[in-house]
Design a protein around this ligand. Structure first.
Ligand code: ATP
Length: 301
């Protein structure tokens, strides 16, 4: 898979606030790429830089293997803020106004309305649309001119459940049409449902990137207990490759790939401890994301 976008060491500060710190990742062609992070993690700043709306302090990025930015921009449709549509005009009339502002032909309007599944309502007034339909029109507007890449900033924000489902389905169907999608989101669940790839940001730092399944790979967690958990904890803490957490009356042991439950059991036995409880658990994706974004702040900056 070749990359539509390659980012190296992008940094951006607003005065004392480091919005982005040495961010590097690649967006594969044909992917739905999620930029996942809590509020204030730098997602919008990153998208702004990629669209040349903001200037990075440091670092570089290339669209389509190094195409000049002006030419590349024509291949990118973007929805950073909801466009102002006229409430008393139809979808077709609104898109006609936008094509004339953007100096694009009107011959693409029907294709785009078909893509965003608004063709049957294209002559209805904007103010009769549901929230999901309004957002679909905004995405349609970004698709005018047939871009290869679509950039969306929190595309389901503010929508009702029906609207959210509509937009997620639309993103998948546009991707099937061959459009690479880059979308910012603060919702793990959304990224898991919609995206093939992800970059996780926290306070401007990249915590990980790659295929969703790899980034949120299941990690084995072992729950153990014994008659004396304090001694058990001390013994296990001496074993290389494990991290031990107290979880109520049990201990939770995160292990690296070289260890398994049998080895932990044997190690405890050899150190004079009989385990009264041993249970292998897989960590949920959500727990891992919470952990990723809860990284000790002192490790950042
Ligand atoms: P949100 O989802 O809340 O928009 P985000 O992940 O998109 O968050 P950014 O909007 O890029 O994050 O903000 C990153 C950091 O930079 C935040 O601390 C924010 O307060 C700060 N910031 C963003 N824009 C500006 C600005 N124009 N001036 C000063 N600080 C800014």
């Amino acid at each position: 898979m070749s990359s539509v976008l390659s980012i190296q060491q992008l940094s951006k500060s607003y005065g004392p606030v480091k919005a982005l710190n040495h961010i590097s990742f690649e967006v594969p062609e044909g992917s739905v790429f999620g930029v996942l992070g809590p509020n204030g993690s730098g997602k919008t700043t990153l998208l702004g830089i990629l669209l040349d709306v903001l200037l990075a302090d440091r670092g570089d990025f290339q669209w389509f293997g190094g195409m000049p930015h002006q030419a590349a921009r024509k291949q990118i449709g973007a929805l950073l803020e909801t466009p102002n549509f006229y409430h008393y005009l139809s979808a077709v009339q609104n898109l006609k106004i936008n094509t004339s502002i953007k100096e694009k032909g009107t011959d693409d309007i029907d294709r785009v309305l078909q893509l965003v599944r608004l063709a049957p309502r294209k002559h209805a007034r904007f103010n009769t649309y549901s929230l999901g339909m309004k957002q679909r029109l905004a995405i349609g507007n970004a698709l005018l001119g047939g871009p290869k890449v679509l950039l969306l900033d929190e595309p389901t924000n503010g929508l009702d459940p029906e609207g959210i489902a509509e937009i997620r389905a639309l993103i998948k169907s546009l991707n099937k049409e061959g459009i690479t999608i880059i979308m910012a989101s603060h919702l793990l669940d959304e990224v898991e449902k919609v995206c093939t790839h992800v970059a996780v940001l926290k306070q401007g730092h990249l915590l990980g990137s790659g295929p969703v399944k790899e980034v949120f790979q299941s990690e084995d967690i072992l729950e153990v207990g014994s008659a004396d958990n304090d001694t058990l904890k001390a013994v296990l803490s001496g074993l290389e490759g494990v991290v031990v957490h107290q979880a109520e009356d049990l201990l939770q042991v995160s292990m690296n790939g070289a260890l398994d439950a049998a080895m932990i059991n044997e190690y405890c036995y050899k150190n004079g401890i009989t385990l009264t409880y041993l249970n292998l658990k897989r960590k949920s994706l959500e727990a891992q994301f919470m952990e990723l974004t809860r990284t000790d702040d002192s490790q950042l900056r």
